[in-house]
Design a protein around this ligand. Sequence first.
Ligand code: CA
Length: 224
Amino acid sequence: MKIIIIEDESEIADGISTILENAGYQAEIAYDGMTGLEEIQSGIYDLVLLDVMLPKMNGLEVLKSIRKDGITVPVIMLTALSQTGDKISGLDCGADDYITKPFDAGELLARIRARLRRPDETVSSSLAFADVRLEQATFRLYGKEKSVKLSRKEYQLLECLMINNGQILPRDMLITKIWGYDEETEYNQLDVYISFVRKKLKFVESQAVIVTTKGIGYSLEVGK
Ligand code: CA
């Protein structure tokens, strides 16, 4: 496994490089955004560790550029404690995760393992949207750190919203899909289950939110 560290502070970059090599990874360092971008474009890396504040081209610009080109390599952003806004921007721009500096070796390696494992996991049918993943076999909803089990109806509801994310799904359509036809009494049930699913999205600290469009229906979107 080959990892590129894009970080201009050489002390941090060297430290990370040592941690990675001790853990059996091959590590390369790029000290500015432009060089980092070229390295990523070479396609030889399995994972990218990307600092935000970089000379020549900042981390978010690098990230936007590679995602625009359809490069799907996992990217973990390295952010400073004071840059909480950067985490959100990073995730919006297509980062897979972020880690706040200063971090310890164990935390860094755990994040890396989680990212490198992900492609195999998604083969066993699971559905992803924004920062959450819904696993069919277990009915579990996974956020970045936490996961929670859903009931069958909660699962069906969220699955439907995730497959059609961004679209407003009419109430009638959701009721028919989840409770079947001619179930007038289920009108309130839908609201109840929407609130359950909202709570669970909140519990796993997801940015995904169920938006109500009054009189029409619901849609799953990334909150601001
Ligand atoms: Ca920096």
